[in-house]
Every structure is written in C-alpha cells, then in structure tokens.
Design a protein around this ligand. Structure first.
Ligand SMILES: Cc1cc2nc3c(=O)[nH]c(=O)nc-3n(C[C@H](O)[C@H](O)[C@H](O)COP(=O)(O)O)c2cc1C
Length: 149
C-alpha cells in the first residue's frame, strides 16, 4: 500500500514524528512524506492512504506549511469517498483549542466523504514530552486496521 504522510509542523515536532512513522512503515509500505502537500499531486482514488500528522499553532490554527493544502481542499471540495486516512494531532492542553488543527482536518476530510481508519491520535505536549513515543505506540493498531481493509 502507498502511504502519503502529510505533515503540518511549525517547529519540527510533528515532522520528527512523521520521520519516525516513516521508518516504521517502510518495511511493508511505500511511504512519501509531504511537507508542502499539494492536492494536485496526491491521488484521491483510494490507491494511496493519507496519514495526516499535524500540530496546532496560533489559536487553533494550522501550521503555515499545511495551510495551502487545507485551502485547496476547501476551495476544490474533491470527492474523497474512496480515500482512507488517519490523523495524528499534536498539541498542548494548555490551549483551549487543544489539537484543533488535527480535529479540523479530520472533520473536513469526513465532510468530503473520506473514511478514517482507526481513532485519531491526540498527543498532549503537557503530558508527553516525546511525541514520537505516543505515535509509535498508536501505530500497530492503526496499521492492523488498515491492513485488514
Ligand atoms: C505559539 C504557539 C501556539 C500554539 N497553539 C496551540 C493551540 O492552539 N492548540 C494546541 O493544542 N497546541 C498549541 N500549541 C502547541 C503545539 O501544537 C505543540 O507544541 C506541538 O508539539 C508543536 O509541534 P510542531 O513543532 O510540529 O509545530 C502552540 C504552540 C505555540 C508555540
């Protein structure tokens, strides 16, 4: 299976999580990481799985590098009914808008008809100083659900 790892990161934590996920997944999947995701380059026909890995910045905002992709989704509103995806959201519970970017993209993809595999992972920097540990712990179950499809 081909997995597009779509990353939203301001200061590198989500990017580091994505690097670790890629290392875990490459033994059985073809993984491509996208730091500047472009909807035009991402198949939405179900041949690729999207794994979103994004932090939240500002007051519940998307990181700058993923914002253009979000705008493309909102403007073009593609039919994503054949797409399967997962979401890993990084944030901090010191903000009222905890993990809002991850929650928002999850909702947006759902509205566009995409099918989420497994539960969304929310990583709280207040509790988990090493976010990649949470992601690596979450991954086997997600992977199992993906591979059972
Ligand atoms: C200026 C600033 C604003 C932030 N705003 C939020 C927020 O609204 N909600 C949230 O859950 N986390 C927020 N965070 C926490 C980050 O999402 C968290 O530290 C994350 O691990 C950063 O990942 P990154 O290095 O990939 O950007 C904020 C952090 C900073 C520095």
């Amino acid at each position: 299976m081909e997995i597009d790892l779509i990353v939203g990161s301001m200061m590198g934590a989500a990017e580091y999580v994505a690097d670790e996920l890629e290392q875990e997944l490459i033994d059985s999947h073809q993984v491509t990481q996208h730091l500047d995701a472009d909807l035009e380059e991402l198949p939405t026909d179900g041949s690729h799985i999207w794994l979103i890995c994004t932090s939240t910045h500002g007051a519940g905002d998307y990181p700058d590098n993923i914002e253009p992709f979000i705008e493309q989704l909102k403007a073009q509103r593609p039919n994503l009914s054949r797409l399967k995806y997962g979401v890993i959201a990084l944030g901090s519970s010191q903000y009222d808008t905890f993990c809002q970017a991850g929650r928002n993209i999850d909702q947006l993809l759902g509205e566009l008809g995409a099918n989420r595999i497994g539960e969304r992972l929310e990583i709280d920097a207040q509790i988990q100083p090493v976010p990649e540990d949470s992601a690596i712990e979450w991954l086997p179950n997600w992977r199992q659900q993906l591979e059972a499809q």
